[in-house]
Each structure stands twice: as C-alpha cells, then as structure tokens.
Write a protein that binds this ligand. Sequence first.
Ligand code: FEO
Length: 399
Amino acid sequence: MIEIKPDIYYVGVKNPDMRIFDVFFRTESGTTYNSYLIVGKEKIALIDTVKEPFRDEFIKNVEEIVPLEKINYIITLHHEPDHSGALKYILEKSNARVVISKTAGLFLKQILHRDANPLLVGDNDKISLGNITLEFIQAPFLHWPDTMFAYIPERNILFTCDFLGQHFSDEAIYNDESRDFTYAFEHYYKIIMRPFKDYVLQAIKKIENKNIDMIAPSHGMILRKDPWKYVDLYRTWSTPKPRDYRRALVFYASPYGGTGKLANSIAKGLADSGVYVEIFDLAGTVIDDSLLDLIENSDALIVGSSTLNGDAIKPVWDLLSSLTTINMRNKIGFAFGTFAWSGEAPKFIENRLKDLKLKVPETSFRAGIIPTEEDLQRAAEMGKKLAGYIIGPSSSVPA
Ligand code: FEO
C-alpha cells in the first residue's frame, strides 16, 4: 500500500513470475494488476480490482487502509477479468455501487451473473467524493468497447486502464525508480493497442488539454516522470505514415516449387504495374514484430499454399493467425496455390483473408502441381489485375 498522491493509494498486486499472458502474450518481466483506492472526505472509491487468484492479497492491501464495507464506489474501467476478477468478492463485503461506462452493462452481467444496478457514466460525467472529483472520459476500444479513463482534476492524475500500460513488474511502482521497461511498453502497445490506432488518437485528443502530471495505468509502472512522453509515443506510433508508393507482400509455402513459381509470376505482374513487391518463402520466414510492422505498412497481402492433406500448410496458418494485432481493413487480399488432387488450400486462405476483413476482389487461383507456362502467364495477368485494386500512387520505387 503506497500513497501515490494525497488520499490516493496504490493497492494493486504484482505477479512477477508470469511468463505468458492471455495464453499467447510473452511477458518476460511478469506483470502487475494495478488498483487504486481514493479516500475522499465524504466517499471512497476503488478503481479496478485484480485477477481472481490474487484477491486475498488485494483485499488485504485495501483493508490496510479502509474496511471493504466503507467503499462507496468501485470504478470498473473495463471488464477484462484480469481487472474485474476480484470484483464479486469486494461486492460480497460492501454495498459499493459499481460504476461503469454506458456500453459495459452486458459485460458486468457476464462477470457477476446478476444485475448489480451499476451507475452508468459517459464522457465528462462526474462523481464527487467530497474534496475529490472523479471525471470520466470514454476511451472505447482501448482495448475493449467499454474502456474509459478516470481523471481527478484536484490531483492532476489520470487513470488509463490498459492504455499506456506494460506487462512489467519491478520492486518499484514508478517509472523513474524501476528497471528499464522500454521493451515492455512498446510490446504492449503492439500486441494490445495496435489494432485500434484511430481510437488511440481520439483518446489522446480528449486528454491532451488536461493538467496531468501522473498517469496510472492498470498494468506496470505508474508514469510519474515525463508522463506526456509516453502519450507522445502512442501518438507517434498511431499516426499514419504517408507512403508515396504501393506495396504488396507475397507469401508462399511450396514443397515442390510450383506455388513458388506462381508467387513469382503474380509478383511480376504486380511489379510491371508499378507496385513495389516483396516475396517471402514461408519455409524460411520468421514471423516477428518487424514482419508484422511490414504487413501493417503494406497495401496488399497475397498468400499461396500447396494443398497438403486437404489443408493449407502450417506456416501459412502461423502467418494468418498472427494478424489479429493489425488492422487489416482496406488491404487487398488474394489466395493462390498448386494442387495434385483436392486443392482446398487457396479457398481456405481466401476465407481467412475475408474473415480478417481484407478486401478480396478476385476468386482464388489454382494450378496443377507443376504449373504450365500458361498457368504462369495467367498468374502474371492476375498480378496486373490485383495492382488495379490497390489504391495509391503508381511509383514502384520505395522512398
Ligand atoms: Fe489488462 Fe484489458 O486487461
């Protein structure tokens, strides 16, 4: 329990040993579930709770300051269970009113399995704790639909939910006292916030004129030193970067080389039409952050696979299952592949590209296991056709 501002206490729990969050997110430095208790002269509010298994330590932290029954409000900034898991235990021992955003009613019911008669708040709504005011700022899709921030003007502190958070745990709780967490901060943005860049910029607009000298996220270090530096990083990462050429990426998996030949022919058709093309043989391609950055900064994703046992080959699925952290809307997609007898892979890829919200203007392309010259010519023509769907300048020279 640490008083981070007058009357505002950190009551969160650390989980330094966690190495995987949400099943897939590697967390070399663990994480924290941050929660904050605000003790006003008339009312007491708790901002967020913690993941259910940590409830006992959490309750102990809170009760070092006040008994649970004294809490008047529990502000749930969003309803992912790593912050709402202990909510029901707090409610069992208090008559606190749960405060949620107007879009969160269903989520709260799912968590509690009952109607808790929450207080719904929207942009600029306020709750007075006497000498302290909580102001609410809707921040949808950062990263849940119901996400909101809470701001205390009397203390110049902003509570930002997962926004500006980090999966990082340290003996310290402040950014100016901890080990370096640059990687954790950037990686968190890439995994959690990257699909929602427009919403990041909208949220920054809502907070940029407020007096804020401390940002208290729901994970990781409290940003006490240079808090706006971190906001500016989010702004930079979320601002579209103009590109004066069109870029297409062609990925393929090709045990006997036929699908690779189709890939090269499609790429040639694209390049002849002024599109800058990069080709990747998935047999030797590492799917890492830099590749995802490249995909995000491309206009078209063209994916080919031979059919193996009635399916696309595993590296293709590895690629296609790695794209949920990127907003793929408005990119052009296309699928192709060779086959010997059944040939399902291109259709499966095409469906996945559509599910990822790419625009797929042409039906997938198939050829026999050893493509003919005519097949390769058809593939090149398809490349030219696809170039016509990619909107942008005609230069093929990357800046
Ligand atoms: Fe840290 Fe979206 O929960």
